[in-house]
Design a binder for this molecule. Sequence first.
Ligand SMILES: Cc1ncc(COP(=O)(O)O)c(C=O)c1O
Length: 361
Amino acid sequence: MAPISFARGAPAPECLDPGLVSDCARAALERDGIAILSYGTGGGYGPLREVLAERHGVEPGRVFLTTGGLQGFVFYAPLQLQLQPGRVLVEAPTYDRPLKILAREKAEVVALPMDEEGLDLDALESELSKGGPVSFLYTIPTFQNPSGRTLGTDRRRRLAELAAAHDLAVLEDDPYGRVRYEGEAPPSILELEGGQRVTFTSSFSKTVAPGLRIGYFVVPQDLVAAYDDRAVSTYISPSLLPQATVHELISRGAFEPNLDRVRGLLKARKDAMLDALAAEMPEGTRWSTPEGGYFLWLDLEDGVDAADLLTRATEAGVTFVKGSDFFPNGSGGHSAARLAFSYETPERIAEGVSLLASLLR
Ligand SMILES: Cc1ncc(COP(=O)(O)O)c(C=O)c1O
């Protein structure tokens, strides 16, 4: 039997709807086939940019569609490091792939602590007050990858104020915000700051399908030309057919019902994992309790080595990502793990947690 994967940050196969996507692709091609099959602009399919611009209350020219959200980071990081050389501030822990991109750029990365409510803003303020140039802050404020934590509204306001006071560029990465199962959504940092220094990015990977590879960036007005230049000189224009397909899906009113369906499937998985953890984990193990997203963070008892646990778990048939992968140079998280509840069925989730707990006891 295939191992039970708590490692894959991917949607369960049931979340994907090939029938709906193929219907929308056909309708889009029939309506606007010549434009879709031609070269487009660097920013992507115009009608989808317009929908997203309206969602965020900005000019369509400030919305750039990219080949997945991560591609946008590949544009953003070197551009921002060139415009404003300096330290890059990240959350500890943070999404591992941007850490790899930043290492490739030879950026000086400073990891700031988090608690249950997200980034520690006192730590951010004290880092900013040290002086010396800061290039940008990279934050994932909602259902963070890897911790599942969400930055509270008061902290978001303070972050927006700090960005203004210190002229700090911020990249707000929010692919999971709409994948909310319960509770109220806080405002985005983009909204609170007004979009002068905050670049917002999200993606249709978690709401429709990752294989479509559609991410988007809402960039400050003064970065528009530089983005356009990056996009045009990288791929001329991103792939228009998936973007037109998602535009069709939104304009025929199918986006929200599909997302509700996805939320239902994933909430059942999240609940299954939380229930199993509460029932099975030994005392001293703690975990985050996200209201949405794909992941939760497991803090093992002090002294338990997550790398060693991973080796034993893999042999027993269950995988996860060890915490240290989410810290620059593996500088933390040695007794922690990221568990993805997004991929497996609720039954296999219960089985996998039970296996992990038996290895910890
Ligand atoms: C925080 C975060 N940002 C960006 C991405 C990239 O998503 P995509 O490139 O599929 O849009 C992911 C994917 O897992 C993510 O977790």
